[in-house]
Design a protein around this ligand. Structure first.
Ligand code: FES
Length: 186
């Protein structure tokens, strides 16, 4: 498998006050200079020659810029880190925090693992489906919410749990708490 060729940057990151330019990774797919600077900060956390260790962080940053992770974004991360595309795909397809298809502005992942299921997770999932009018794996017509089913999130003691936008864990989800959480979503 070939590694995507990177186009040379026309301008380097700047200590001279200039903004870092975006980079075209081919087929017109670009990542912003700001995102690339963040990549570099992540890469700098690891020893020389260990750029690949930043793959999770870089995938998350690319997703943050685009809203999800299209194929070109995964390949761009691989190219930037100098690893084969398959190495980035292995990570992107393993963790459910990476969205390989477009999602709504708010991604709700309700845990239906066994401890959560026994503590009301199934009811929470059903309540969310009824409230949003969508099924699991679907997005509301206005693009505001995507509802997903998730595996154990390591917070079984707080069951049932709901993960919002990959970052905020909501514990002991009753219908009332679900309502409150949804109201807080702009
Ligand atoms: S089963 Fe839901 S957090 Fe563990």
């Amino acid at each position: 498998m070939t590694t995507m060729k990177e186009k040379p940057m026309t301008q380097t990151a700047s200590a001279n006050g200039l903004e870092r330019p975006e980079r075209d990774f081919g087929e017109g797919f670009c990542l912003s200079g700001e995102t690339l600077q963040k990549f570099d900060r992540e890469i700098a956390k690891y020893p020389e020659g260990q750029r690949r260790s930043a793959v999770m962080a870089c995938l998350a940053l690319a997703q943050e810029e685009i809203g999800w992770l299209p194929r070109k974004a995964v390949e761009a991360v691989a190219a930037y880190l100098g690893i084969p595309p398959i190495a980035a795909w292995e990570v992107a397809t393993f963790y459910n925090m990476y969205d390989l298809e477009p999602v709504g502005r708010h991604k709700l992942t309700v845990c239906t693992g066994l401890p959560c299921a026994l503590s009301g997770g199934v009811h929470a999932a059903k309540y969310l489906q009824e409230k949003l009018g969508i099924g699991l794996g679907e997005t509301t017509p206005d693009g505001k919410f995507t509802l997903l089913e998730g595996e154990c999130m390591g917070a079984c003691g707080d069951a049932p749990v709901l993960l919002m936008n990959n970052r905020r864990m909501c514990s002991f989800m009753t219908p009332e708490k679900i309502d409150q959480s949804l109201e807080g979503c702009k």
